[in-house]
Write a protein that binds this ligand. Structure first.
Ligand SMILES: *Cc1c(COP(=O)(O)O)cnc(C)c1O
Length: 377
């Protein structure tokens, strides 16, 4: 059996090696190392896939969030509501821009932002909400958009973990996550569902003015070269990465299906075990399984992690410290804030290997060993 990895990007690459290598060489031969055809082609394909009016490529997912927040013209002290139970990038940029992060709860079964908790956190200073489609499951966008409309707030979707996920509205309309809020952000970090062989990111919007602003901000605040209208940054998607991503985008739906097949195997194996809660899928979302995350009930998580490691099965805690308890936000004095579901989940979640290349015998071993430990302890 092949060694089990959390993510197996190498095997995935080998299956598309011929195409990818040719695409890389095409960029090398073209000498268009910045921008050029590869970036334009991928940007257009991605725009069509997401169903957005505008797609702006950039250097990584964190930059995407930063550029989005810069474009909204927020002022220091303005409040941005985000879940505490997420990757740090979502909230780090809030603080970086001298805005105030306001942490709210997530739903216990979908791990995504809780609309009621958002409602309670709104103050006259609130300017934006950043829902995160965590682990590959959509946040409850219809409810979030309704709250935003009512209070005149911007919504920036953090779609770094859920590219390709479908959101179904109550009228039956289906949209890709990332195309629903005022702005959507994503990441092409190698382990993401649409992963480059380096860094990359993109921003989506249906708003012409915001699109123009974000393009300008990502390019040193210029439209006409050497005439800089606003303070921006330098955030570009690398041409070689774009060429690779264009090929991988053609595989994305297959990749999502492969992730779902692995997830189904796990979920069947753990069904009805009272000590394991498997990921649930809300009626409005499908799941693209960036992570497959269990909630343990009365199981020593460190013990399970160590036991699996001994059997050469990796497992990870995403994330061991919630945002409100991170040292970087100490000046906001949030460490004692009351987020019981976030704290509860933080102590109980564990993620199993999840990628497109998991083999039957690997899945069998993983589930057998998880159950061995859980049932004996
Ligand atoms: C990966 C990730 C990001 C940041 O993406 P980078 O490309 O690594 O900067 C932001 N938000 C979430 C939820 C992520 O998982």
């Amino acid at each position: 059996m092949k060694p089990i990895q959390m993510v197996d990007t190498k095997t995935q690459y080998l299956k598309i090696k011929t195409e990818v290598d040719a695409a890389i060489h095409e960029v090398l031969d073209s000498a268009a190392y910045i921008g050029g055809k590869a970036v334009a082609t991928f940007t257009n394909s991605l725009n069509a896939y997401i169903g957005s009016k505008h797609t702006i490529p950039c250097a990584n997912g964190t930059d995407a969030l930063q550029i989005a927040m810069m474009a909204l013209g927020l002022q220091p002290g303005d409040e941005v509501i985000t879940p505490s139970f997420t990757y740090i990038a979502t909230t780090e940029v809030v603080a970086l821009l001298k805005l105030t992060p306001v942490f709210v709860e997530v739903n216990k079964t979908t791990f995504c932002i809780d609309p009621e908790s958002v409602r309670k956190a709104i103050t006259p200073k609130t300017k934006a909400i950043v829902p995160v489609h965590l682990y590959g499951h959509a946040a409850p966008m219809e409810a979030i958009m309704a709250i935003a409309k009512e209070h005149n707030l911007f919504v920036i979707e953090d779609n770094a973990q859920a590219i390709g996920c479908d959101y179904t509205f109550s009228d039956g309309t289906v949209k890709k996550t990332g195309s629903i809020g005022h702005i959507g952000c994503t990441s092409f970090y190698p382990s993401k569902n649409l992963g480059a062989f380096g860094d990359g990111g993109a921003i989506f919007t249906n708003d012409d003015d915001l699109a123009a602003k974000m393009k300008m901000i990502a390019n040193h605040g210029q439209v006409v070269r050497y005439y800089h209208d606003v303070v921006g940054c330098n955030s570009r998607l690398d041409a070689i990465q774009a060429a690779i991503l264009n090929i991988k985008l053609g595989q994305l739906d297959n990749y999502i299906a492969a992730r779902n097949a692995a997830a189904d195997f796990y979920t069947k194996a753990f069904a009805n075990n009272p000590k394991i809660t498997t990921p649930s899928v809300a009626s409005y979302s499908n799941h693209v399984f960036h992570q497959y995350t269990l909630v343990l009930n009365g199981v020593n998580r460190d013990g399970l992690n160590a036991y699996l490691a001994e059997k050469k099965i990796p497992s990870m805690i995403y994330y061991p410290v919630p945002g409100h308890k991170q040292k970087m936000f100490a000046s906001f004095g949030l460490e004692n804030m009351d987020l019981p579901i976030t704290d509860w989940l933080t102590e109980r979640v564990i993620s199993l290997p999840m990628h497109t290349e998991l083999e039957q015998e690997q899945l069998e071993l993983i589930t057998t060993e998880v159950l061995n430990y859980v049932n004996a302890n």
